[in-house]
Design a protein around this ligand. Sequence first.
Ligand SMILES: Nc1ncnc2c1ncn2[C@@H]1O[C@H](COP(=O)(O)OP(=O)(O)OP(=O)(O)O)[C@@H](O)[C@H]1O
Ligand SMILES: [Mg+2]
Length: 422
Amino acid sequence: MNTTAQEIDVNSEQQSPSVVIGAIPRISIQAFCVTPEMCDATQRAAIDRRLYKAHVNVQMGGIEKAIEVYKTTPTPNLLIVETNAPRDFVLAELNNLAQVCDAGTKVMVIGHINDVILYRELMNQGVSEYAVAPIGEVQLIEYIANLYGDPENSPVGRTYAFVGAKGGVGSSTISHNIGWAIAETFQEGVVVADFDVPFGTAGLNFNQDPPQGIAEALGAPDRLDAVMLDRLLTKCSEHLSLFASAGSLERQIDVEQNSVEKVIDTLKQSTPSVIIDLPHLWSPWVKHTLVTADEIIITAMPDLANLRNAKSIIDLLRSTRRNDVQPRLIINQVGTPKRPEISPEDFAKSLDLTPTLVLPFEPQIFGQAANNGQMINELRSNTKIAEGFQHLAQIVTNRASVEETKSSLLGPLLKKLRISKE
Ligand SMILES: Nc1ncnc2c1ncn2[C@@H]1O[C@H](COP(=O)(O)OP(=O)(O)OP(=O)(O)O)[C@@H](O)[C@H]1O
Ligand SMILES: [Mg+2]
């Protein structure tokens, strides 16, 4: 079967996230609101993935209530107080609050008057931020990030988590190809981290057989630092390194959320693009890694079990990542001979998600690439599949230009997608 333009649909309708910031550190945040709107926004911000490490408590009562509470209890790292009182009253109340605030607590005031004199007075009193309501959850997260983000130590990397809706759908192969495309196209550092410790194929696909890799890091997360990381990574090309799985049953390790988090955090400190190749299994660490990734790419084949599983994952992500782009959907191996399938149009419609890529079943190209230990773009750079990977690399890294985005939207639409079955 040849790959034709109709066999691939590339779509990039999704926008980049409004908040491109990393996780807020493990701080305690307490908010005393006076309006239900501010209370809601704070509660919604508290469940955002960027605040998952922080401990947030929200209550009504404004500055007055805060003063009462902190007469007897210690103040948090960040205290957010809302007030709708006039200037002099706010200043007097804040003065009283200062008497009960521990040193080291940052205070953010949310007011209802846009008053530059009040702003200056508050700054003089040592208030860290004065913001004027209404403040949405995203704005609030940005304010908190401004107070606690450390530009010196902020991670340079973005994470791309790849997961299959079922086993064997092609998620790993696609993740490796996208990693390669990012490294080659943008000439920037990429690490492909293969978290399928016993059965991972990244080593095979990149024609590498390193003696050590991710298993050593996951087994000793406390010792992991930049030096150890350097030793465990395998360089595949100038810009692409591999954090290979053991690919054997000899080394048995229990993968735990803390160690996975440490590995990813360490990678993010030095690598612009971190490809997280997840195994098809469901456990707390897989869920946590997905929910906290910057981009999520779900690969599915067009059948019922894939549809059900993809829906479960997408529903979970939609409810836990309200302030992020939708996960990207790749429908793979479309047109497998003799296999009944759901049409990509119906598959996408059921998920209410336009696929970013629809790839045909191409056993020869994929098989040869796997056997050679090569990427598709190395083997057949002039195919539509190679073009599709290139385009997906641009979309996930937010590099698709306006023209490209427009033309891809105007390009072959899903309803035109027809793949002849043998
Ligand atoms: N579009 C395609 N056409 C033909 N073969 C494909 C296609 N995509 C992937 N494959 C092949 O399917 C096989 C499984 O791919 P891969 O290991 O990437 O899947 P996976 O979803 O990561 O599986 P696992 O559940 O084991 O992690 C590989 O041999 C790969 O070359
Ligand atoms: Mg895999």
